[in-house]
Write a protein that binds this ligand. Structure first.
Ligand SMILES: [Zn+2]
Length: 399
């Protein structure tokens, strides 16, 4: 298929602009060739999308392919032999693309599995989204993430830990800057990596042209990451106005992952979620929402991420997270922008994906209904094109 034309759809381009009706999108050699008004005749194969909405492929800025969203995902991970861990990750990769998510950032795992998913998808071995992978996250000894991460202490050791991830092929460096919910014995409100350690990590990543992301929940830890020029703040539970203002100035994004604590609290201990995770999530969930709203009102760039793999937070659809963002006050079009153009910018892929514009990769989804009105319509996926290749086709008929 050299030339494909998608006709008849209402188009939401991912920039936050209002939907426009009856557009045709030409795909040539895997890229978006043109966006036209109405229908054109030509030598292209036509896919009629009348009545559907066409959008950029969605982007999830925070997943863990090693974790499966069970009640206690870490227990399952450590019980499985590495071959089973890998097979499960392949299935999660497939679920992701089938939900219309054409790019993900994996923020930490074990055994190089996310790196392998990235390479297997790009080699065409398995269906899946474009993957940016962090290899192992970097944490302090005994700090949040230590069961999966590379423990490092002192700026020199942190520098070495970053170099190890770069050597393994990491696209992005993930830091566990503060305590968190899913590790027993650490508190979300506690600082962990020191400002010197964070600075060393960011500097080392920048030297290699890589971006950074920090799990940062405690105020001091968020502030240290922002000062150091981190790429994105993950979770950002104890954000303040002063920090939000600095994030706006520096263009540092928030990836809130609202769904992660929400799912833990909703399902609770009776469903098998570890008690420590439930207790800590209950303690921070209201503050987390407040910080999200504070960021939104200050104009902090907000990108969508789910923390997929955490309890009852499976891989695949990011619509539950977007629905929480809408419930917190975003318009559906703003939530779509958070999962498309803003997310692409956070990942450094804004000239590659995240919008429907000529020259970008043909990462496109068609859904039934109008997600600009009702965000849940994003789950009615009819067509997924990833990097110019049709990954899902539920259009029916001769198409
Ligand atoms: Zn995470």
């Amino acid at each position: 298929m050299d030339r494909l034309i998608l006709t008849g759809a209402t188009l939401i381009d991912g920039t936050g602009a209002e939907p426009v009706r009856d557009r045709a999108v030409v795909i040539e050699r895997g890229r978006i060739g043109a966006v036209l008004r109405g229908r054109r005749e030509g030598d292209a194969t036509e896919l009629a999308l009348d009545g559907l909405t066409l959008l950029p492929g969605l982007i999830n800025c925070h997943v863990h392919f090693c974790l499966g969203g069970e009640a206690d995902p870490a227990r399952v991970l450590f019980e499985d032999p590495v071959a089973i861990r890998t097979i499960k990750a392949v299935l999660r990769t497939k679920q992701t693309i089938e939900a219309g998510v054409t790019t993900v950032r994996d923020l930490g795992g074990v055994d190089g599995i996310a790196l392998a998913m990235r390479d297997a998808v790009s080699a065409g071995l398995i269906p899946g989204p474009r993957v940016l992978a962090a290899a192992r996250g970097i944490c302090m000894t005994g700090g949040h993430g230590w069961r999966f991460g590379r423990e490092a202490d002192g700026p020199d050791d942190v520098r070495k830990a970053v170099r190890e991830q770069l050597k393994a092929g990491a696209d992005v460096i993930k830091l566990f800057a503060t305590g968190g919910v899913m590790t027993p014995g650490v508190e979300p409100g506690s600082a962990q990596l020191t400002p010197e350690e964070i600075r060393a990590a960011v500097e080392e990543a920048k030297k290699a042209g890589r971006r950074t992301a920090a799990h940062a929940q405690a105020t001091d830890g968020i502030a240290a990451c922002v000062e150091a020029g981190i790429g994105s703040i993950e979770h950002g539970i104890f954000l303040t106005e002063a920090i939000a203002a600095k994030m706006v100035k520096a263009g540092i994004a928030l990836v809130a992952t609202l769904i992660a604590p929400e799912r833990i609290v909703t399902h609770g201990v009776s469903a098998g979620v570890p008690e420590f995770a439930v207790r800590k999530s209950e303690a921070v969930i209201a503050r987390h929402l407040e910080s999200f709203q504070l960021a939104m009102h200050h104009g902090v760039p907000i990108a969508a991420g789910t923390d997929a793999g955490t309890p009852f937070n499976p891989h695949g659809s990011i619509v539950p997270e977007l629905a929480l963002m809408v419930k917190a006050g975003m318009s559906p079009l703003e939530a779509i922008r958070a999962a498309t153009s803003t997310a692409a910018r956070v990942l450094g892929l804004h000239e590659e994906t995240g919008r429907i514009a000529p020259g970008l990769a043909a990462d496109l989804i068609a859904v039934a209904g109008d997600p600009g009105e009702r965000i849940e319509a994003l789950d009615a996926v009819r067509l997924v094109i990833a990097n110019g290749r049709i990954a899902v086709n539920r259009l029916g008929g001769a198409a």
